[in-house]
Structures are given as C-alpha cells and as structure tokens.
Design a protein around this ligand. Structure first.
Ligand code: SF4
Ligand code: SF4
Length: 278
C-alpha cells in the first residue's frame, strides 16, 4: 500500500462504533508491517446515546490521527443522522455507507431547540467551537451546507441560528450555563439525507443494515454487518481474511459465531454494491 487511507466511523453510543474501529485498526496493523495506524475517538456522552466519532488513518506515511475535512476515503455511519453530521469530511470520490437506522440522541429526539439567556451570556464564544452542525434542512429537499456553527456572537451576545438542531453539544462549553433547551424541530427523511450527501459524492449507499441483522436474529450485530459491507465494496485496502481474523480476536467467544455470520452477510451485500456501482 503506497497511499494513506482515511476512514471516519460514526454512530451513537451503544451501537458498537468503537468495536468496529478497533477491529479495523488492528487489521491495518496486521495487514502490513509498513502501515502506521492512528486513531482518534470522540465519545463524549456516548453512554447516553450521544454522538460517537472515530477517525482512523493508516498507511506508510500517516502522522496525525485526525482526518482533515474533505479527505475521507470512506465514511461508515451506524446511524442515519450521524452520517449527515460529518458530511464535511466527504469529497467527490468518497464512499459513504449509511445505516438507515434512526437512533437520535435524547436531547434532540425530544424535538428541542436552544435559547440563550442573554443576561448570563457575555459573548466569550466558547460554545461556537463545539457546534458540529454543518447542514441546514430547510424542507422540501432544500438544503444549505454550512461552514459555520449554528450559533454566533453578535454585539457581544450568542445568537442561535435556525440551523440549530438542539443537540446540546455546546452546552458544556458555556462557563455561564447560558444556553437552555426549548421545544421544536423535525428531522429530515432518509431520502432527504441521501440527497444532501449525493451533492458531494455519488458513492452514497443508504442501507437498512439493522434489518439485515434482524434477519440473522440479532440486531446488535448491525455494526459488524456494516463492517462487512464496507469490506465487500473492496474500497478499503484490507483483506477480508485479515479483518475476519481480527473480529475473532476482539469479539467474545460466545458471540463470535453470530458476528462472523453478520460479517459474511455484509460482505455479500458489499459485493452487490461493488458489482452494481463500481
Ligand atoms: S445545540 Fe445548537 S448551537 Fe449548540 S452544538 Fe447543537 S446545533 Fe450547535
Ligand atoms: S452562550 Fe456561553 S459560551 Fe456561548 S458565548 Fe455566551 S457565555 Fe460564551
């Protein structure tokens, strides 16, 4: 392998994002002694079903663990809206595999938005850096890709923009606890999210992986099934045999059989995608 490879894996707490990234990182190490492997995990309030994102880079010249925006080779999202949250990492050649399962973090699922208590806010701007919203759903398939957070400081006070989804990720950054939750908000539909992503890359595949996992009798193996789909597309420079061996090393023995079945089923699905699209 001569080129460095960048993957972003995302989902919400409890979906097994970290297990998938761990298996891929181990596989990258075992695939070639020339591979340098770096990962960075952001799991925050993952135990409360909040966002989890892992950057994984491997190859002969990798230094930083962070994938820069627009440079991802593959985005694997275990949850629908999380795939959208990180669209800024995609470029026109990126592969995006998105599980259509909706598993919205509680603060957002409750349909809330945010208001700033102006008597508390003193405009420090700390919260802006924590906002990860980078699209604005205007309805009727009308979208705006943003390069700025969903709040800004105007005349010394934080002002919330319409693009705020009420995710709450900026709250912990406020030294005055000036941000509070309100009611609002609907979420985009599956086809609307696909439309947004396809404006950046045509290689977007929305897959109901959780239903495929349910067919196997255990929806909790959705993560490994998606890993199989990724490998089946042959767009990742890792062999199926190496990844399968790493699954065996990382998954508890009593769950290995069902996970290997899920991986195999995912490979089949990924090969269908390969045959039809590449
Ligand atoms: S609550 Fe709104 S402003 Fe704060 S991080 Fe989430 S989308 Fe951005
Ligand atoms: S809401 Fe809080 S963190 Fe944001 S600008 Fe105001 S005081 Fe600073």
């Amino acid at each position: 392998m001569t080129k460095d490879y960048n993957i972003v894996i995302t989902g919400v707490g409890g979906q097994g994002v970290l297990l998938v990234s761990d298996i891929l990182a181990l596989a990258a190490l075992e695939e070639s002694s020339e591979n340098r492997v770096r990962t960075s995990q952001l799991k925050g309030m993952s135990q409360r079903s909040a966002s989890v994102i892992v950057h994984l880079r491997f190859g002969p010249t990798v230094d930083s663990p962070l994938v820069t925006k627009g440079s991802v080779d593959a985005l694997l999202s275990l949850e629908l809206s999380e795939g959208l949250r990180y669209l800024e990492y995609l470029n026109e050649d990126s592969l995006a595999i998105i599980n259509t399962e909706v598993n919205i973090p509680p603060v957002t699922f409750q349909g809330r938005s945010v208001e700033v208590n102006r008597s508390l806010c003193y405009g420090c701007g700390n919260c802006l850096a924590y906002c990860q919203v980078n699209y604005y759903f205007k309805g009727n398939n009308d979208f705006l890709v943003l390069n700025s957070p969903a709040s800004s400081v105007i005349s010394g006070k934080c002002v919330i923009q319409d693009s705020c989804t009420g995710c709450g990720q900026c709250f912990s950054a406020c030294p005055r606890s000036a941000k509070i939750l309100l009611e609002k908000n609907a979420y985009p539909e599956i086809n609307q999210i696909a439309e947004i992503l396809k404006k950046i890359t045509k290689n977007v595949f929305m897959i109901s992986a959780i239903d495929l996992a349910k067919d196997l009798g255990n929806p909790r193996v959705t993560n490994i099934l998606l890993l199989g789909i990724l490998l089946g597309t042959e767009r990742v420079p890792l062999s199926v045999a190496t990844v399968e061996s790493c699954i065996s090393k990382r998954v508890p023995t009593n769950l290995l059989d069902i996970n290997l079945k899920a991986f195999k089923k995912g490979i089949e699905k990924g090969r269908e995608i390969l045959a039809e699209n590449f």
